[in-house]
Design a protein around this ligand. Structure first.
Ligand SMILES: Nc1ncnc2c1ncn2[C@@H]1O[C@H](COP(=O)(O)OP(=O)(O)OP(=O)(O)O)[C@@H](O)[C@H]1O
Length: 467
């Protein structure tokens, strides 16, 4: 029984009158007397006294926050595993099967290692040097090497589980690097994570917002944390709210935001304070087409103003619109690296020809077989990969076939074969992406996550996904 607790409870309705300690005690007893409360009755209430450690929980939590804030766990880990920064190289056979651009970049970055990094005259804002992450026996990121120069927008593509977010988390200091290293503006994520964080704006994959604050309050808080001068905060926050089309929602609690608006707020949080380097993990997920295009404009302007960006996205359109260079990641490794056009030229497999058939007098669609025969005869190796509702999609291999030749032939048969319309496209980034990501394997964790039900298991087994 702790009378102190009872007194506190009783005091709650008249504590405003109790200005000083002696008054407080006197008025407590007065209150008990007036309320005709019998202390024996109070004893029977069995009010629990808090355990002694609870009195110190504030101090304990502050210590935990300090340990997390100063990355003590990571520092200890790097101290113990320190040698892994330089000793762990990718296996020879892995290197021999690498794409030529990826191998050339790896060579370039490894050449920095001894000279440029220490002399700080490296021109790349971000350097990933044989960055490697293992969760247990599962390799999430496998010796990736890349340099991202100033003002570049670098796109990290890959299907779910390829290792993109893990790469980001190593850069933010959220997860420890197993081996290798990453440098932002010359600062190592192993030894200077505070400086790395100070130079970086980050939009995480899952919105890290405080639901009980409005969007405006959140941005003001971030502006203060980022050291924006007090007199400029309103201007900075209002500009971000304007350009990200958040005006109608700026003063609502962020827990009430729709998914797309939460992404806008997260993107704005990454941009507060104009950091020189910005990392965006699927920034446009869930945004409507107008908001997405507006965000592309904003990010293009941010890049043009001299900032460097790395983003992940599952939208090939977004990659085409924003990225100056792209890497496609499969099983934690880079499978290709280069500008979107370079990748299309290098890995594209010719053209996609889409033919729309006309209609006959009775309203039915014109027969498709004569068209298919014609294409097969004139473009050896062409395949039909979709024939649906009067639209036939052909994949035409690039064996010396020029676009002019395709157009001339199509014009010549348009009337005879009742072709209403046709279009010819270069291989898209999506097709390049799909050709690489077929090889992605799932971690045990992902397999168990994606195979939750008996029905699902049956389907997977039938489809040959699991033995
Ligand atoms: N804490 C963890 N413990 C064990 N495995 C993990 C952990 N975090 C991630 N992984 C595994 O590492 C792999 C890479 O995950 P990551 O989140 O980096 O993928 P991603 O490319 O970002 O995918 P998505 O596009 O779905 O975001 C996945 O197979 C995942 O299951």
């Amino acid at each position: 029984m702790c009378h102190d607790v009872v007194f506190k409870a009783l005091l709650s309705d008249f504590s405003a009158d109790s200005k000083s300690e002696p008054n407080l005690v006197a008025s407590t007893f007065e209150h008990i007397k007036n309320a005709k409360i019998n202390l024996n009755t109070i004893d029977n209430l069995h009010v629990q006294c808090p355990p002694p450690w609870e009195e110190h929980q504030g101090a304990v939590y502050i210590c935990i926050v300090m340990l997390v804030e100063y990355h003590v766990y990571q520092q200890l880990w790097y101290l113990i595993e320190g040698s892994a920064e330089v000793s762990d190289f990718p296996k020879e056979e892995a290197m021999s099967t690498e794409d030529s651009d990826v191998a050339a970049e790896k060579q370039r970055i490894n050449a920095y290692r001894t000279s440029m990094l220490t002399s700080k005259d490296c021109t790349d804002s971000l350097l990933l040097v044989n960055l490697y992450k293992r969760y247990g026996s599962y390799i999430a990121v496998d010796h990736i090497c890349v340099g991202v120069p100033d003002q570049e927008c670098f796109g990290l593509l890959g299907q779910n589980g390829a290792g993109k977010t893990t790469t980001f988390k190593m850069l933010t200091g959220d997860v420890v690097v197993t081996s290798g290293n990453a440098y932002l503006k010359g600062y190592s994520v192993r030894t200077n994570i505070k400086q790395v964080q100070a130079n970086m704006g980050y939009c995480p994959q899952f919105d890290a917002i405080i639901g009980q604050m409005t969007g405006r309050e959140t941005l003001v808080m971030y502006a203060r944390l980022r050291g924006v001068p007090e007199e400029n905060i309103d201007y900075v926050v209002n500009s971000l709210i304007d350009i990200l089309l958040l005006n109608p929602h700026a003063d609502k609690l962020s827990e009430q935001y729709s998914g797309g608006n939460k992404r806008k707020l997260s993107t704005a949080m990454a941009l507060v304070g104009d950091p020189p380097f910005i990392m965006l993990d699927e920034p446009s997920a869930g945004m409507d087409p107008k908001a997405r295009r507006q965000m592309w404009n904003v990010l293009s302007q941010v890049r043009a103003s001299g900032r460097t960006m790395v983003l992940t996205t599952h939208s090939m359109e977004e990659c085409d619109a924003l990225c100056t260079r792209i890497a496609i990641m499969v099983n934690g490794r880079f499978k290709c690296l280069g500008s979107p056009q370079h990748l299309k030229n290098k890995f594209g497999q010719g053209y996609t020809l889409i033919i729309q058939l006309g209609t006959l007098d009775d309203g039915s669609t014109a027969p498709n077989q004569p068209v298919i025969d014609f294409i097969a005869e004139n473009f050896p190796g062409a395949t039909v990969f979709d024939d649906h509702q009067g639209y036939i999609h052909f994949q035409v291999p690039d064996s010396g076939v020029t676009l002019a030749h395709v157009f001339t032939l199509m014009e010549s048969i348009k009337e005879n074969l009742n072709v209403q319309d046709y279009s010819v496209h270069q291989t898209t980034l999506e097709q390049v992406f799909l050709s690489f990501t077929r090889a992605q394997v799932q971690s045990k964790e992902d397999k168990s996550k994606s195979c939750m039900t008996k029905t699902c298991c049956c389907i997977c087994i039938k489809a040959g996904l699991y033995k």
